[in-house]
Write a protein that binds this ligand. Sequence first.
Ligand SMILES: [Zn+2]
Length: 364
Amino acid sequence: MKSLWTCLVLAVLLHPEGLKPVTRTKIKTGLPTTGNLFIITTDGYRWQELFNGADSLLINSDDHTPDKETIKALYWAETIEERRKKLMPFFWNVVSIKGQLYGNRHYNNKVNTSNLYSISYPGYNELFTGNTDPSVSSNKKYYNPNINVLEYLDALPEFKGKVAAFTSWDVFPYILNEKRNGITVNSGYENMNEKDMSSEQVMINKVQDDAIAIKTTTRFDELTFLTAKEYINNNRPRVLYLGLGETDEFAHQGRYDLYLQQANAVDKMIADLWHWVQTTPGYKDNTTFIITTDHGRGKKTNRWMDHGEFISGSSQAWFAIIGPGILKSGEVKKDEQYYQVQMAGTIAALVGEEFNADKVLSLR
Ligand SMILES: [Zn+2]
């Protein structure tokens, strides 16, 4: 529950004709702050694959992994350490050395969603608004009444017009309520229609127009990524959200081969973004990445495809963080419990602002 004071501040900050905010208390969270922050999610990706690599039963299953020879040649190895590195080389060659990874339950290091439902809209609501409003209970397209940290930041003068979201799933304009706040939310097959559009963006728009005939509601992650990257190149946002969706889609289809391939592709996209950041003045040594998911999935071999309140394992999540000043603790092996509801306050704190300050993560 937000304090009355926070509500009043939000009302002033977010009301279009509201008074200009004059004072903001900057909290001391102990978190290092950077000028820019990239938040990346890959929908319904399990901690099991992140920390253990490919599952031995699923990768050998005729039902879930067609052509297992190829998939095993790519992603199988005898030890957990080798397997996970094959599947997600950026996480295990870069983040594990220079950043932090949370959620390996073998060490009792736990990350959970707090909402009751363990599905996407409630998950992203929790992640971005810092509350677990029980009335947010379905994936239907309705405008979210809860204020999210992205619009909160965009309402601050230093961030105005410098916050943008690119997502594969077309429900995000509702989750983030772009109608209310007017932040850039590019989702599904929505074309970018900026003035002075680059020729690259014109080309991406054309490809999207063709791709929608093949695949409807959720855009190919690769197209979301390319659109976001083009936007970053041309508009230089300070806070960027990249929401990828195909890990969840392939899992629901029961295709473990495609789920693994997509996890590997997501890892590559993040590596590509990180490399861009580290070679671009203004972003280099001044950008933090926080990477997470909206929910877990069934932990049993016969339930991994699904998730929801009655499927055990669905609230189990993970997150990773890398950036200047973040301690290089790597895989955190301490007995601890974290919640996705802490993410919104943490996002603000990482760029030096206060939002749901009572729920900020304390990182090792
Ligand atoms: Zn799902």
